[in-house]
Design a binder for this molecule. Sequence first.
Ligand SMILES: Cc1ncc(COP(=O)(O)O)c(C=O)c1O
Length: 383
Amino acid sequence: MIHFNSSVSSPLYLSHLQELNADYSNYRNKIFSQRSLSILANRYPKSDLFLCSSATDALEMVALMLNIQVGDEIIMPSFTFVSTANAFVSHGATPVFIDVDPETGSIDASLLVQALSEKTKAVVLMHYLGICPNISQFQSFCQEHQLYLIEDAAMGFGNEIDGRSLGSIGDFGVVSFDITKQLSAVQGGLLLVNNKSFQQRAKQIYHIGTNRDAFEQGEKPYYEWVDVGSKFQMNELNAAFLYDQLTQQDELLSTRTKMIRLYYDQLVQLEEEGFLRILLSTHMNEAVHGFVIVLPSPQIRFTLMSFLKENQIEAMFHYIPLHSSEMGRKCGRFIGGNRTDELATTILRLPVHLNLTHAQVLRVCEVIHSFFKKAVDDETSGE
Ligand SMILES: Cc1ncc(COP(=O)(O)O)c(C=O)c1O
C-alpha cells in the first residue's frame, strides 16, 4: 500500500531524550524549546516566537490577545480546517466565510469588501499548501480598514514571499508542526507575534495568565496571576523531536520539493491535455505542503480515488467547507457562490511524505495515466 502520510523519523530523538532526562533543570529551562527557538529566529528574525502545543492553540492565543467578544466579526475562509474558525467562535465571534479563489485555494480577495461591516475585527488568511501569491492585497485591505491580519500558515513552513517568511507578515501568524506538515514535532505549533503592541500580553497569555516571563527575566521577585491564559507551551518531548527536524530542515524541505516536482513533471502532460488541473502549479519549486490535483467533476474524482485504492494507493480529499457544515450554518454567514463546494468536491491530494520513494511516486503517476488512458479508450470504443 502506498500511504498518504507516514510516521516521521527522528534519528537523534533518543539521544536528545537522554540529555533531557539527565537533569531536571533541563526540563525547567526548556533546553530543546530554547534551541529550537534560536534556529527559528533565523527564519523569523522580526517576530516574537512562541512554541505551542499545536497551531490550534496558537490561534486560540491570538483570539485571547484580540479580546474577541460576542458580536465581533472575523473574515475567514470556508475552505479551511476547523481550528481557523473555532478559536474565534468559542469567544462568541461570528465567522464571515468567504468563497475560495480556485487558483490558489485561499480566500478570494475580491470578496473582502462585501464581507466587511462595522463589527469586523480581523481577517484570517489561510495559505493553502503554504503558498500566498497575493498577500499584499490582504495587507492593504486590512490597513485601509484598520483590521488585524492573521496568517494561518499552518502549512507554510519554509515558504517566503518577497523575501519574508509566511506567518511573519500579518499582525500574527501561526505555523503547524503536526506530523502531517513539512516539519514536525509530532504535534506542535508556532505563534508569531509580529505586531509589537501585543508583545507583553502574548507572554502573559502563554504563561497561563501570569507574569512568569518577567519573573524569569529577573524583573519580578515572584510571579502571579495577571491576565487570562492557558498552558499553551509545547512540551519538551515534542520540542526535542522538533529540534532534530530543525537541524535537518534544508534537507527535509528539499526532499519534499523534489518529490512534488517529480509529480509535476510526470503529470503536467495530463494537465496540458485537459484531464486535470495541478493546483498552484507555478510554485512547484517552493516548499509546497502537498501535491494537489483538481478533477473536472466530483464523479471523476470519486472514480479516480477508487481506482487508486484498487491499486493500493491512498489519496485524500480536503476540507469539508465550513460555511455549510452543521456548526458553520449555526454561527456564521457566507459571502460568495459555489466555488468552495466545487473545489472541495473535485480536489484530490496525492501521497507526499518523506518515506515515499522515487519509484512509488512514479507508480502513483503511472496509475493516474492509465486511469485516463482507459477512460479515453472506453469512450472511443463507445463503452
Ligand atoms: C489551515 C489549518 N489551520 C490550522 C490547522 C491546525 O493545526 P494543528 O494540527 O497544528 O493544530 C490545520 C491543520 O491541519 C490547518 O490545515
